[in-house]
Ligand binder design. Structure first.
Ligand SMILES: [Zn+2]
Ligand SMILES: [Zn+2]
Length: 152
């Protein structure tokens, strides 16, 4: 995986790039991520704000309260509705919805959050970092684990 990482929405009107090394990648199984992704979980890639840039189009945004009681702003394409990132008030990083990256086949999350609402059929790998709710260490362990991975 090489920087910059590029991605975009389903219709192509909104394109973005990531120019700094992502801080971590994990799956969130909270009810908000399930509903937002219309799937079993959301894949979050944390990226410093200055490392994220819109290349084409304009991101619309929508404010939603999260299960951990913060306000999150969802950035999405106004044409096709694909959510590309979440921006939580007060957080140092953006959460990029990793499924919108062009090169996503080899993405390997290092952990799982909010597994208390994970779907019953989910099977976690033995060495994954597992959190019942949001991590209480400021995502430190998730970032440390990710940092040990090779990333050019
Ligand atoms: Zn679109
Ligand atoms: Zn979530």
């Amino acid at each position: 995986m090489k920087l910059p990482l590029r991605g975009g929405c389903q219709c192509g009107a909104l394109r973005f790039e990531i120019t700094t090394k992502p801080m971590t990648l994990y799956c969130c199984h909270c009810e908000s991520c399930q509903q937002q992704s219309s799937s079993a979980f959301g894949m979050s890639m944390l990226v410093e704000r200055e490392g994220f840039r819109i290349l084409k189009g304009t991101a619309e945004n929508f404010a939603i309260p999260t299960q951990s009681k913060s306000i999150e702003s969802g950035l999405f394409c106004g044409k096709c509705g694909t959510r590309v990132a979440n921006d939580t008030k007060g957080a140092p990083a953006l959460s990029i919805k990793a499924g919108t990256l062009d090169d996503r086949v080899k993405l390997a999350p290092v952990g799982h959050t909010w597994v208390k609402s994970a779907q019953d059929w989910m099977i976690f790998r033995e060495d994954d970092l597992i959190y019942e709710e949001a991590p209480d260490d400021g995502y430190y362990a998730l970032m440390s684990r990710w940092a040990t991975q090779e990333f050019a």
